[in-house]
Design a protein around this ligand. Structure first.
Ligand SMILES: [Zn+2]
Length: 427
């Protein structure tokens, strides 16, 4: 009967011999070979530990040592970092399911990291799959595919495949999860206090497939002449996304997309004259804003004008807040009286500059989602003049119409969802 104490003594003696070797005279090939063998031996030792840990856990070892779980015990007594402790605990807990994987390790077809990754994938799948998929069935179905992958892909790719194995094993689980994801899918868009723009999204795999392709197709290739930060994958992905959006905006008109009011789709930046005045240093000039309320510094506004096919429309405003201009830059009148009912896109541009959002009190819908409303209704003789218009979101516009029908003020707030964010003509 072998004794563990004896075996460990032999290992220590072997380690002492390894430490005594003179490695200064070894060639690279020998060193590399020795390192892979040492790593393999490390893996064998970990598996041996995992075998004992499973038994240790089964007989209540962690609890007897005042630890709530095996992973906690590994952290406290063996000083493993949290993810290492969890990995080893998972491996020990699932090792009895991994017959084929352990055989492949013994045959040197895969390494310890692969074993650990496969155990992790099977553990996660066993936790998430339906009752008709007990851990034994999961392990049996998952191992062939993961073992195949372990011999052909990188450790990182294997990890991705392993964490998603549940989706490939059982169509029912995958479909249920998919409907869940579709219902919860979202894209958040915001700006932090220091000006940083933040995007975060969760979406279904089919949508992700389109987004990742678009980003990759429009991302710049790595370029050795550029600084390192510009070549980082995350940075190039962002450039790809921005370029894809620029191209989409440029092509919007050809695909039937127009702004509300019918003008071509454009990025609007609203700023005062000093923001773009070359006499005023950019660092001292006031920032601009988009129609959605994103703050753009003066330096950025100036760069955007340089970089893009930008048009500047000046609007002169009297101290009393009224617009001085009678005509838009293209010579179109800004006051139409009773000669047209719908506000023109030139008039709309003026309202984008004058209003930060829907004109109803307390409403935070951006002007981009608003219709231009006749303050005095057209039906009651109201004119399509600048001073008779105001942006109202779809919800407040309907509120006003209902109020006119019933007569009586309303102080209700719009619902959380934007009332009208689809292109539509102004009323
Ligand atoms: Zn509103």
């Amino acid at each position: 009967m072998a004794s563990a104490a004896q075996a460990l003594e032999t290992i220590r003696a072997g380690l002492a011999m390894l430490a005594a070797c003179d490695i200064d005279t070894s060639g690279a090939a020998d060193l590399g070979d020795e390192c892979t063998q040492i790593m393999r031996a490390t893996g064998c030792l970990q598996l041996e530990a995992a075998r004992r840990l499973r038994r240790f856990d089964a007989v209540g070892g962690p609890a007897a040592d005042d630890c709530p779980s095996l992973a906690a015990w590994l952290g406290r007594r063996c000083r493993l970092r949290p993810w290492e402790a969890r990995q080893l605990a998972v491996l020990s807990g699932r090792s009895h399911l991994l017959t084929d994987t352990l055989a492949a390790f013994a045959d040197r077809e895969i390494e310890f990291g692969d074993v650990s990754t496969i155990a992790e994938g099977i553990d996660r799948a066993a936790d998430t799959m339906t009752d008709s998929w007990p851990p034994e069935r999961v392990a049996q179905a998952a191992q062939p595919a993961l073992l195949e992958a372990a011999t052909t892909v990188t450790p990182g790719q294997l990890r991705k495949a392993a964490t998603r194995i549940a989706l490939t094993l059982d169509g029912e689980t995958a479909e249920r999860r998919r409907h869940q994801i579709d219902r919860q899918a979202f894209l958040n868009l915001g700006q932090g206090i220091d000006g940083i723009g933040v995007l975060s999204a969760e979406m279904g795999a089919d949508d992700l497939a389109i987004v990742e392709k678009a980003i990759d197709a429009f991302a710049p290739s790595p370029n050795a002449d550029l600084p390192r930060w510009q070549n980082l994958p995350g940075h190039r992905r962002l450039r790809g996304l921005v370029t894809a959006c620029q191209i989409a905006l440029n092509a919007a008109g050809r695909h039937g997309y127009r702004e509300r009011g019918g003008a071509p789709v454009r990025v609007h930046v609203i700023a005062c004259a000093a923001t773009v005045d070359p006499e005023v240093p950019a660092t001292q000039a006031p920032p601009g804003r988009t129609e959605y309320g994103t703050i753009v510094t003066a330096a950025q506004v100036r760069e955007m004008i340089q970089r893009h096919d930008a048009g500047i429309h000046e609007i002169l405003i009297d101290p009393d807040g009224s617009v001085v201009d009678r005509f838009a830059a293209d010579g179109q009148p800004l006051n139409w009286g009773r000669t047209r009912r719908l506000f023109s896109s030139a008039q709309r541009d003026v309202y984008l500059a004058l209003y930060a959002g829907c004109a109803a009190e307390g409403c935070d819908r951006p002007p981009a989602w608003a219709d231009i409303d006749h303050k005095q209704p057209w039906a009651q003789g109201g004119r399509t003049d600048l001073d008779n218009g105001q942006p109202l979101c779809r919800w407040h516009n309907l509120q006003k119409q209902n109020r006119q029908d019933r007569a009586g003020p309303s102080h209700e707030k719009p619902p959380d969802r934007p009332g009208g964010d689809h292109p539509a003509s102004d009323e």
